[in-house]
Write a protein that binds this ligand. Sequence first.
Ligand code: PLP
Length: 451
Amino acid sequence: YTPHTLEGQPVSNDLQPNKLAHKNVVSSVLHQQIKKDPPKIVSGKGNYLIDSNGDEKFDASGGAAVVSIGHGNTRVKDAVIKQMDQVSYCYLPFFTTEPAEKLAKELVDSTSGNMSKVFIVSSGTEANEAAIKLSRQYFAELPEPQMSRTRFIGRKQSYHGNTLGSLSIGYHQARRAIYEPILSQNTSQVSPCYPYRDQKEGESSEAYVKKLAQELEDEFQKWGPNTVCAFIAETMSGTSLGFVPPAPGYLKAMQEVCHRHGALFILDEVMVGMGRTGTMHAWEQEGVVPDLQTVAKGLGAGYIPIGALLVGQKVADTLFQGSGAFVHSQTYQGHPVACAAAYEVQQIIKEEGLLANATRMGDYLGKLLQERLGGHKNIGDIRGRGLAWGIEFVEDKASKKPFPSEKKISGLIHLAGLQAKEGISFIPGSGNADGKNGDVVLISPAYNMTR
Ligand code: PLP
C-alpha cells in the first residue's frame, strides 16, 4: 500500500511514516502507528484537548464517541476521589459495593426494568465477550438444555471489539483479516442495514427490511435454527459503516426471526448507547427490547474505563433457576472507582438535561452538515441521529463508486495526522471495511455541545 494524494501523486516523504528512521521516534508506547510520534495531549477542558505545544483541539468526535459531558468535569473527579478515600478495590466475585449497586440499579432503571441484572467490566469488547459466553450458558442452563446451540450470527461491516471472540462475531475486515485462521468458525454474517447502498431504487423501506429479514431467516435455515445461540447487531452501525441509523422496522423484523427460532437477540450499544442518539438507549427508538445489551463508551464518558452487559429478564431468570452463577469472573469487574465515576456521569446527564440537548444539537448539526457539505462532489451520504453523524466519501457521486484504497479520504486524513492537526480532532472512520462502501468520517461530540 503506497499512499497517494487525490490526484494520484505519491504522498511526500514527510507524510509517510514508514520513511522515518526508527530512532527518531521517542514514544515507547505501542501505538496503532509506531513509525511517527502522535501529538501529546497534556490537558483537557470542556470540549477541547490541549497538546504539548499549547494548541487547542476541538474534540469533535468525543475521542472515539466516548466523551459525553466534556473534559475536566470536577464532579466526576470529586466522586472518584471520594470513592478512593473509602475503598479503591475489592474482588467483586466475593463482595458487592455501594457504587456497583448504585450503578447497576441506575442502568436497570434506565431500561424501565426491561433489563434486570448488570455485569460490569472495563470495556466494550469485554462486555461483548461476556454477552457471547452468557448466551451459550443460557442455553446450557435451560430446564431442557439446548447444547446444540453454538453458532452466532453477526453482520457484515460490523465491529464488536478486538479480542478473538468479539472479532469472530464482527466483520471488520481491516481488523480481522490476518487473524481469520484463529477466529471461531462458528460464526457467520448477514448484510447490515445500509439503505444508502443496499436499498434499490424504487424499493420501499418495508420491502428492503423484508429482504434483510429473509436473509437472516435463510442463514438460520442454512445452519439449522437450533444451532444458533444469538444474532448480534449494533443498534446503529458505528465504526465500520459510519453511524447508519436502522431503517424503520428493521430491528423489530430481525428480532422476530431470532425469537421465532428460540435464539437470543443481542444489541451492541457500545458506541451509540448511553444517550448518544438522544435517548438513553438507542433501542428505545426502535420498538424493541434486546435479550442482552452491551454498553461502554458513554457509560464512563472517558473518565475511567468501564463497560457493562445488561441482562434481560429471560436470561437472568434462567440463570437464577439454574446454576445461579455466571462462569466469567474478571479481576476488575465492577471496579468501585469506575462505578462511582460512571454513576456520577449519569447523574450529570440527567440533571443537566443532556439527552434533550443531544437531540436538539444533533438535529442542528445534521442540518448544518447537509447544508454545507451535502452538495460536495465527493460526499455521497450524510446520515446520523442525535450526536452521531457519519459522512461517507465517494469518488463518483452518481454511481456511488468508493475511492480506491490508496485514495481513501479517511486514510489520507489519518496519514497526514489532520484529525488532530487543524485545531479539530475527529475520527476518520475505518469505513470501506470490505472494499464495498465508501470511507467515512465520524462526528460525535459531547452531549453538552452548543451551537
Ligand atoms: N462495539 C462497538 C459497536 C464499538 O464501536 C466498539 C469500539 O469502537 C467496541 C464494541 C469495542 O469497544 P472497546 O474499544 O471499548 O473495547
